[in-house]
Design a protein around this ligand. Sequence first.
Ligand SMILES: [Fe+2]
Length: 213
Amino acid sequence: MAVYSLPELPYDYAALEPVITGEIIELHHDKHHAAYVKGANDTLEQLEEARSKEQWAGINGLEKNLAFHLSGHILHSIYWHNMSGDGGGEPLEKDGTGELADAIAESFGSFARFKAQLSKAAATTQGSGWGVLAYEPVSGRLIVEQVYDHQGNVGQGSVPILVFDAWEHAFYLQYRNQKVDFVEAMWRVVNWQDVAARYTAARERAGTLLLAP
Ligand SMILES: [Fe+2]
């Protein structure tokens, strides 16, 4: 019985056009995300086998694979909902309460400075990675992380609420080598209602988990 499963997309493949083509979304979800789900499930099975046989020679590789595939599954699951064909604009207009907009202004100085930092973090990933807006529960602030692959360069306990996939599979068929253009276009499909809901949920729950076990 598989532990992880591929979630349905919340929209049709072509819903984000012209920012992202339907071809990219179909491949990205049906092939790439699906491979991370399978990889996470396969790795859990391999770990179970290692435990039952008490064969630990491959433990380093298995733990690395678990972090990679599980993180890939989680980030992509957030990514699909972070985007909408009706997205774009700024959180002040779109998040309903203004709480996310206030938190961004408090943590980064202004929306423009936040946008510049996340754009730069995503566009300058070396190799494969992500630009991530995360809630950091110890300080109660928002931070930007430049994630390596799916799992590296992350502050433990931080909760991703807005993720920009900067892997070549996310854009290359449409934007070729123009990663900067892809990142800039991404802002036109950000679903701020979803980001705001994730911010509220993280603020209410994540701090409790970390600081009051
Ligand atoms: Fe991806």
